[in-house]
Write a protein of this length. Structure first.
Length: 335
């Protein structure tokens, strides 16, 4: 039920990539593996050349992929796209840099790399994880095998500062791919949406308090994939500070039944708001009963309502106002 963002450029009959990362949806980009060439959606960066510090890539990994039939070939979850992620850092974890990346691909038996995507310029800071990037990659058909390479450049530089490729990251090596239709799965649950209720921001400072209490309600709508049948499921709700990379389990629901794409089985949990406009991210995992791994995750990467939720107590959410004028005297009654 999740809807992928549309790329800026589409080509009928070819498989495309849609780059998301931390970019605004209006800036999403695309590239196609099957047209034999790059779709550079932006001119080469022209900012003033910098010498030090330099950029690196700490790690690269895949998400939103599955291998239900255990044949060693990956399909996207709920679509024909899987997500290639990477974590760019400033070498020595100090300062900030304006950078961009180039993402390449090749067949596993080929020696020729093809440029698939050049990202827009973006800022990375120290060794923060909040500036992670990613591209939604259309999976090949029939267990096709691809290698991937990511180069990172400081804006204005002609040569990459660092390259992440099969030689130093196994996740970029021999990635075997197939279409979702080629990877039969049991029926799985998903989460259509998440949102907040019972919250207010009366003073307009961007920080939310509970309505009439220090609790706001986090809601979500679990559905059965394909909108058919019923499943017994449970969810885990996590939270973390916005600047942290460590999730903490806050709540596990009881087992409950969800049916098709009904809204009658929506779930929710009352979350205590913390003082001082503190910032939190939230994550909801949904599991079929008896499964150890989540079938689907709703988090800041796919739901803005779970990202950068700034909170304060009800006593901190006050509107300053002038004293009201004295009430006019009541008219005398004539007896």
């Amino acid at each position: 039920m999740e809807v992928l963002p549309e790329p800026l450029i589409t080509h009928e009959g070819v498989k495309g990539f849609a780059a998301c990362g931390t970019l605004d949806p209006a800036e999403q980009q695309a590239f196609d593996k099957s047209n034999g060439g790059a779709l550079d959606l932006e001119e080469s960066p022209t900012a003033a050349e910098q010498i030090l510090p330099t950029a690196t890539i700490y790690d690269a990994w895949w998400t939103n992929q599955q291998d239900c039939d255990a044949d060693g070939c990956f399909a996207g979850i709920n679509s024909d796209y899987a997500r290639l992620n990477w974590d760019p850092d400033v070498l020595d974890c100090s300062g900030s840099l304006l950078v961009y990346e180039k993402v390449y691909y090749k067949g596993c038996s080929s020696s020729t790399w093809t440029l698939g995507l050049t990202t827009t310029n973006h800022t990375i800071t120290a060794c923060s994880t909040s500036d992670q990037q990613g591209v939604d990659v259309a999976m090949g058909s029939g267990c096709a095998c691809y290698d991937y390479k990511i180069e990172i450049y400081r804006v204005g530089q002609a040569s990459p500062d660092y390259t992440r490729d099969p030689s130093n990251d196994p996740d970029l090596n021999d990635h075997k791919e197939e279409l979702l239709s080629q990877d039969p799965c049991p029926v799985r649950p998903t989460i259509y949406d998440a949102w907040w209720t019972n919250q207010q921001d009366s003073d307009g400072d961007g920080c939310f308090a509970g309505t009439n209490s220090d609790y706001a309600r986090l809601n979500w709508d679990p559905d059965v994939g394909g909108c058919s049948g019923s499943l017994s499921v449970f969810e885990k709700v996590y939270y973390k500070g916005c600047s942290s990379s460590t999730w903490t389990l806050g709540f596990t629901t009881p087992n409950h039944t969800i049916t098709a794409c009904s809204t009658a089985d929506e779930q929710g949990v009352d979350v205590h708001m913390d003082p001082g406009c503190v910032c939190y991210d939230y994550k909801i995992e949904i599991y079929r009963v008896g499964q150890a791994s989540p079938d689907y995750t709703r988090d800041p990467s796919n739901d803005p309502d779970l990202n950068d939720h700034k909170e304060e107590l009800l006593t901190e959410d006050k509107v300053c106002s002038l004293p009201l004028p004295p009430s006019a005297p009541s008219p005398r009654t004539t007896r």
